[in-house]
Design a protein around this ligand. Structure first.
Ligand code: EPU
Length: 431
């Protein structure tokens, strides 16, 4: 884990950023795709537009450790192959570093009849239980026990059996895990109250293109017919653009850009954010795969209320950047974080920078703006709040030092280099 930090010389509220910034492949799309390789034949899977971020490297290490070969190149291509000899036990140290490791449980259990894993780690943004996973595996006929610090899950026969599973809470990784697990189960699986994030739809589209039988895409009920090991055709699958990265650049643009074009993105995945920003007064033009922001010198933003919600609602992963934006908007705005109870804690640091934010409870804050921000020394608490601190540092007057660059690197590739190109004065200090 690197100990790098970022130094930013803020713009003091000026809107000067200029040029184009390209969005990379989505972290939360590529990770489940990589885990799906386990239910494929020995030809493996080929992906393109794979982001060079810490989380893909961690998934790479976890897969290698259980016997899956992963080759990632500098051009963003990945070839992932297994030879039928997969270890059923996940390395605790790596799995504890990121939540997406939990998705591996489904494919490993489906393929080998057994999986042993620790409670998954990841950002400290709330309790992040795994009850949906445990209950789902039991419904599919598996036996679950806790051995020391590990969960041990075994199928009763050789395979999982199809089941009807109602998720009492919509969950992105649980939906992905059970879609993949059901592919090798005996019979039909019906998943109800599924999450509908674009990353899930993209995963299903990939699986269908490789022979999977999945019905109900873009709805909350998915029906999967269990069958054979999958096989990818010769066509490489392109990872969808990262809507959270695009949304973060959009928010940065609304705050600090003179003229910024965000390319290689899918604006349709960001409707809730784009609508909020347009209502607040940002001049946004969209095309099929770009978002263009032009701010007049004296343009200003009006405040609004935000409630995070499962897709297509306002994404919790953009809650932190939007709080930064609200500190610069005129009026009062409430932010209701409905998904994770620990995800508003970072706002204490924005207050230190000069923001007026009242914490009503773990899920709700009131932001009064506009308030000028002053550069500060901050510790990134997680991926998304880390990027929000970078945005706050760019808006602020003076210098900001943002520690724990590693968290930002988990989700954003070479962020400082890409921001420098549009006029941000940011540098990485290596430790
Ligand atoms: N939940 C349960 N039980 C479970 C699983 C989840 O109660 O067994 C609850 C969670 O506590 C939360 C809610 O369900 O309150 C929804 O969480 P979800 O399971 O959807 O989150 P996740 O799958 O762990 C993914 C993303 C997160 C993103 C959330 C919400 C990945 C790898 N992670 O997490 O991304 O915030 O969905 O959209 O896809 C990030 O990228 O920084 C990140 C945290």
């Amino acid at each position: 884990m690197n100990k790098d930090h970022f130094i930013i010389e803020g713009l003091g509220g000026k809107k000067t950023l200029l040029g184009e910034i390209k969005v990379n492949g989505a972290k939360n799309a590529v990770l489940p795709l990589m885990t799906a390789s386990i239910v494929f034949d020995e030809k493996g899977i080929s992906l393109s537009n794979v982001p060079d971020i810490e989380d893909t490297h961690r998934m790479n290490e976890l897969l290698e450790e259980i016997g899956v070969s992963c080759k990632l190149d500098e051009k963003g291509n990945a070839k992932i192959q297994q030879n039928g000899k997969i270890k059923s036990s996940l390395d605790g140290e790596i799995a504890k570093r990121f939540r997406a490791s939990v998705i591996l449980t489904g494919p490993i259990l489906a393929r080998t009849g057994k999986v042993i894993f620790p409670h998954p780690g990841g950002c400290v943004i709330g309790a992040r239980p795994i009850d949906l996973f445990i209950e789902g595996f039991k419904k599919m006929g598996a036996k679950v026990s806790v051995e020391g610090k590990n969960y041990e899950i075994k199928t009763k026969g050789k395979t999982l059996k199809g089941a009807r599973i109602f998720f009492k809470q919509q969950s992105v990784t649980a939906t992905e895990t059970f879609v993949i697990a059901a592919l090798l189960a005996k019979g039909e699986t019906v998943l109800e109250n599924c999450a509908m994030e674009p990353e899930i739809t993209s995963l299903c589209e990939f699986l269908i293109s490789c022979g999977a039988k999945i019905d109900g895409l873009n709805s909350t009920t998915l029906t999967i017919k269990g069958g054979e090991i999958l096989s990818q055709t010769d066509k490489t699958f392109e990872v969808i653009p990262d809507r959270i990265e695009a949304g973060s650049f959009l928010i940065l643009g609304a705050l600090c850009a003179k003229d910024l074009k965000i390319t290689n993105c899918q604006p349709l995945h960001l409707s809730s954010v784009i609508n909020n920003l347009r209502d607040a007064g940002t001049n946004i033009e969209t095309g099929e795969n770009f978002i263009h922001i032009k701010n007049a010198k004296k343009s200003f933003l009006n405040s609004f209320n935000v409630k995070t919600h499962e897709y297509p609602g306002f994404p919790t992963d953009l809650q932190a950047p939007i709080v930064v934006l609200l500190t610069q908007a005129s009026g009062e705005g409430t932010v209701f974080e409905t998904i994770f109870e620990g995800r508003l804690n970072f706002t204490e640091d924005l207050v230190k920078m000069g923001a007026t934010i009242q914490m009503w409870n773990a899920h709700k804050i009131l932001v009064k703006g506009p308030t000028p921000l002053k550069g500060k020394e901050l510790q990134s608490p997680d991926i998304r709040a880390g990027l929000a601190f970078i945005i706050a540092g760019i808006v602020a007057e003076g210098e900001s030092k943002i520690h724990n660059a590693y968290y930002v690197d988990r989700g954003y590739e070479s962020i400082e280099k890409r921001l420098q190109k549009i006029g941000v004065n940011i540098k990485r200090v290596k430790q």
